[in-house]
Design a protein around this ligand. Structure first.
Ligand code: NAG
Length: 265
């Protein structure tokens, strides 16, 4: 009976003792070579373990490495790299005491996470023609599409379905009926509009023709007026001819010259 008691005690106490042994060190200490050493602060690592008469020697983590907890490590952890081929970009850069935080790229959303950190993201889906964007995608949710109904359409990029254009209301005729993915196509103006438009064009042509004839008539009149002037004697021409020759016989060639001048006027 006594022996049994001892066996029970041993089976109970030995593992308990063993457990106590491994938990010997205080919370901010780590065990090395059966000795408890003070831990290094986050952002640092152990350079030299403590000895009987020296404390732990810590050094800061080199660049692109980190430790985010009090530790007894002799190496810091390498910073995570945000992989664009996994749809990721840097949200927060790595520091000595914190790892990189990756987030989804623009127009991507996260589909895999590890401790609030995105590890894989994919592109938002696009709505098809005939659908509208009911809810735009976010960093953690995909786009939500919904179908157009009734007399409306969307090419897949609208945030709501638009009503079809009413051609008749605009004075046009409908050449193609609208679908859920495309608007109505309006064509040639209705007959009433066509008549108005064509009569305006005809009127414009008539006015132009009239103006042309009036212009021609004025020019003709001017021409005959200036040749009349010649007969009575143009001061400029008379002066010139008298300057050059000083004779009235040479007036005729200068008259032809005047002709040329007026036609170019
Ligand atoms: C839809 O229409 C808008 C504006 O009308 C245009 O900018 C866009 O490129 C179109 N999208 C598609 C997918 O055709």
């Amino acid at each position: 009976m006594f022996a049994l008691r001892i066996i029970i005690l041993i089976t109970l106490i030995v593992p308990l003792n063993y457990k106590l042994c491994s938990c010997q060190c205080a919370r901010a200490e780590y065990e090395i070579h059966k000795q408890c050493c003070p831990m290094c602060a986050p952002g640092n690592r152990v350079h030299w373990h403590c000895t009987d008469d020296t404390s732990t020697t810590c050094v800061p983590c080199p660049s692109l490495t980190f430790t985010d907890e009090p530790n007894g490590l002799t190496e810091c952890f390498p910073c995570t790299v945000c992989d664009a081929s996994r749809g990721l970009r840097v949200n927060k850069v790595c520091t000595r005491s914190s790892d990189t935080v990756c987030g989804p790229l623009e127009r991507f959303y996260c589909i895999e996470k590890k401790k609030d950190c995105c590890t894989l993201a994919v592109q938002h889906s696009e709505c098809s023609p005939g659908q509208y964007i009911k809810q735009a995608g976010t960093g953690s949710t995909d786009t939500v599409c919904a179908e157009c109904t009734g007399d409306t359409y969307s090419n897949g990029s609208f945030s709501s379905c638009l009503p079809h254009t009413k051609c008749e209301a605009l004075g046009f005729t409908e050449t193609n009926p609208g679908t859920h993915s495309s608007d109505t196509k309006c064509g040639n103006p209705s007959t009433a509009v066509a008549i108005v438009a064509s009569s305006i064009i005809v009127a414009l042509i008539i006015i132009l023709v009239i103006f042309f004839f009036i212009f021609k008539h004025i020019r003709k009149k001017k021409q005959s007026k200036s040749s009349g002037k010649k007969e009575t004697g143009n001061v400029f021409c008379e002066n010139e001819s008298s300057k050059v020759v000083g004779s009235r016989e040479i007036v005729e060639p200068s008259e032809t010259e005047e002709h040329v001048l007026t036609t170019y006027e």
